[in-house]
Design a protein around this ligand. Structure first.
Ligand code: MSP
Length: 512
């Protein structure tokens, strides 16, 4: 069965260059997109940049640039990083692009015409860093309750979105759809927030100009979050490409837990007002921390994803990000942990299996993979393990539990490494047991093929290199799991091409 799968990342503020926390959300979305493509689904994967608002305007001013010039320059580090990190997005949206601004204006106009947006006066506090409004009672020591920075008193005419009118419907929806907001702890957070009473949201500003003008009142620019959330509609063709929109809507949103309320309160309100289906899921991921601090440029705590990739390889970093912390929880980012994962999981468990198997095929069979064996006795337990693990892997990937999926694959690698030890191919060779040796070598190669396919969404470049060494001419990315992710599909007769280690070990040097 063919499904459609539309996955999004948050769009990133272009006030600064990306750090590893930004790379995380995008890599997670990429892994899902790649998995679903291999599973035969139609995929649309969207990422991009959030270029309006006071925070970005201020970053431009600090650099002495016009906002447009600033954002035009700042978008490149994002695009370059995604290329470096093998991100397979289908479109890259910028909120300054003309098409998007038009869609924002049309939506604003429509919600105003139908009475879901009305004019009033906003009195309260604004945090530029979070681009968020706060009531006085929400402030902590008169500072932003989220980031602790000073807030600004704001009194201005503003347009409001009638969020409050949709709260009951939204609560009922969340209760009827337990998988809508994930993980549970985040759903509960949203439910108690909604139950505490929600005010209408100010969706325009007059204090500065860097935003989409309100079409019927150009004194106002559209609030940056109202503008930004609409990227998910523009990017997939709302208003501009009906066919694509119909094929892919609704999306699965991957977001950080810090932007949950915007996605789980304001955004559904906007969609309900537009009469559109709500997202399939809003999955909130946790934070990478250094010590106990969130990695963030403004806190002076950053890990540079380019440096890491140069040193350890993109795939090692991608693997680490997905394997180390369960989706939804926080995790501490340390160089030591990263190196341990590379050495233990990649170099030892995965690399060794490949770099033990290929030399045996070379030594005993001139590098040619034996034909599929008639007997299945020796490989029966490995086949059984593989079949169970494939099912578990698919289940976890479909349930957006990538860490559990990886752990399943590593059980298969462990089983295959043990299989070498107890089947003792060297003794089969000595004893002249040709059929036995063929079966063992074929079984090992088959296990490697399956492990490479399953890890391909996580480590695409490694998957290509591994397939090259196994003697395949195609990329795992050209395969379909329905045909290929099945024990026993490996055909023999292929000339292997052993090469350099796929995962070189890293020597751990003490780091500052
Ligand atoms: N522009 C808004 C999102 C608009 S979406 C319609 C925004 N941008 S951001 O650049 O500040 O952050 C983008 C994402 O990066 C957020 O989801 C945030 O949670 C994530 N991360 C930033 N630092 C992070 C970590 N240290 N760890 C994990 N993710 C983190 O918010």
């Amino acid at each position: 069965m063919k499904n459609d799968f539309y996955v999004t990342t948050p769009i990133y503020y272009v006030n600064d260059v990306p750090h590893i926390g930004h790379a995380y959300s995008t890599v997670v979305a990429d892994v899902f997109a790649r998995y679903h493509r291999l599973a035969g689904d139609d995929v649309f994967f969207l990422t991009g940049t959030d270029e309006h608002g006071q925070k970005v305007a201020k970053a431009a001013e600090d650099r002495g640039l016009e906002p447009q010039e600033h954002v035009d320059r700042m978008v490149d580090p994002f695009k370059d990083l995604w290329r470096l990190y093998s991100i397979s997005n289908d479109y890259f949206i910028r909120t300054t692009e003309e098409r998007h601004q038009r869609v924002v204006q049309e939506i604003f106009q429509r919600l105003y015409d139908q009475g879901d947006i009305y004019k009033g006066t906003y009195e309260g506090w604004y945090c530029i860093h979070e681009e968020n409004y706060w009531a006085e009672g929400q402030l902590v020591d008169m500072n932003c309750p989220d980031c602790g920075r000073p807030v600004k008193r704001v009194t201005e005419d503003s347009y409001f979105l009638k969020t409050s009118a949709y709260v009951d419907r939204l609560l009922a929806y969340i209760e009827a759809n337990p998988n809508f907001i994930r993980p549970d702890v985040r759903r509960n957070e949203v439910v108690s927030f909604l139950k505490g009473g929600v005010q209408d949201v100010a969706v325009s500003r007059t204090a500065f100009r860097w935003g989409v003008p309100v079409p019927f009142d150009p004194e106002h620019v559209v609030y940056v979050w109202f503008d930004a959330l609409i990227n998910y509609l523009t990017g997939v063709g709302y208003i501009t490409d009906d066919e694509r929109f119909a094929a892919f809507w609704p999306p699965v949103h991957l977001i950080g837990k810090d932007i949950l309320k915007f996605h789980a309160v304001i955004w559904p309100t906007m969609l309900m007002a537009l009469g559109l289906e709500l997202p399939k899921a809003i999955i909130a991921t946790g934070f990478w921390t250094l010590g106990d601090q969130k990695i963030s440029k403004s806190r002076g705590k950053v890990v540079d994803p380019i440096e890491l990739a140069d040193e350890l390889g993109v795939d090692a970093v991608r693997y680490f990000l997905l394997r180390e912390m369960p989706l939804g929880q926080d995790g501490e980012f340390t160089y030591e942990r990263l190196v341990r994962r590379v050495n233990d999981d990649l170099a030892n468990d995965f690399g060794n299996l490949i770099h033990r198997t290929l030399p045996m095929i070379k030594k005993y069979r001139n590098g040619v993979v034996p034909e599929r064996p008639a007997s299945t006795e020796r490989t029966a337990s490995l086949a059984e393990a593989a079949t169970g693990i494939i099912a578990e892997y698919n289940e976890n990937m479909r349930a957006e539990k990538p860490r559990d999926a990886l752990m399943a694959v590593w059980r298969l690698l462990a089983a295959a490494n043990k299989f070498i030890d107890f089947s003792e191919p060297w003794n089969l060779s000595k004893a002249g047991d040709t059929a036995g040796l063929d079966e063992v070598l074929w079984g090992l190669t088959e296990t490697i093929r399956l492990a490479v396919l399953m890890t391909y969404p996580f480590m695409p470049a490694t998957g290509d290199a591994a397939f090259e060494q196994l003697g395949f001419d195609e990329s795992p990315g050209d395969k379909l799991f329905g045909d290929e992710l099945v024990w026993g599909r490996l055909e023999g007769g292929r000339q292997t091409r052993p090469g350099s280690p796929l995962f070189p070990r890293i020597e751990l040097e003490p780091k500052e």
